[in-house]
Design a protein around this ligand. Structure first.
Ligand SMILES: [Zn+2]
Length: 143
């Protein structure tokens, strides 16, 4: 699964070079769990991709207008939802609302498959927002 995340990161960094300018640095890629960077399950890839591509389009407009761009700081689950942290010297209420919406949506999306899910207590797995199927699979694997 880490291979899957690495591949996704590479794709996203290629697709959104302005947004991932900070995360692209070697230091971040080698230390995926540091404060900058991202660490998410495959069930959230589609959600993340849509938002990042939208921000990248906004960034191109920012550059053409000589305004500062939006930069990803970190994308990961914090407690019971996705946290999508963006640095901006150019705050945008529409973008902030969009991020709020996807963070809310992530609370009920399985981190493995994207199906309807909820936060699960009492499992060792790093992925905690799971559908019934993946909860059972995780419990079986953890014995
Ligand atoms: Zn699932």
């Amino acid at each position: 699964m880490n291979k899957e995340l690495d591949k996704f990161k590479e794709e996203m960094i290629d697709a959104c070079p302005l947004f991932f300018e900070r995360i692209r640095s070697r230091w971040c890629i080698e230390c995926p769990n540091n404060y900058h960077g991202y660490d998410i399950g495959p069930g959230w890839f589609g959600l993340i991709r849509e938002v990042c591509e939208l921000i990248e389009m906004k960034n191109r407009v920012c550059i053409s207008e000589g305004k500062p761009t939006f930069k990803a700081v970190f994308l990961r689950r914090v407690r019971k939802s996705l946290r999508f942290s963006v640095s901006a010297y150019n705050p945008d209420p529409v973008l902030n609302k969009l991020i709020e919406l996807i963070e809310e949506k992530s609370k009920t999306m399985c981190e493995i498959c994207g199906e309807r899910a909820q936060y699960r207590n009492g499992i060792k797995s790093k992925l905690k927002i799971l559908c019934d199927f993946h909860l059972n699979e995780t419990i079986r694997e953890e014995g």
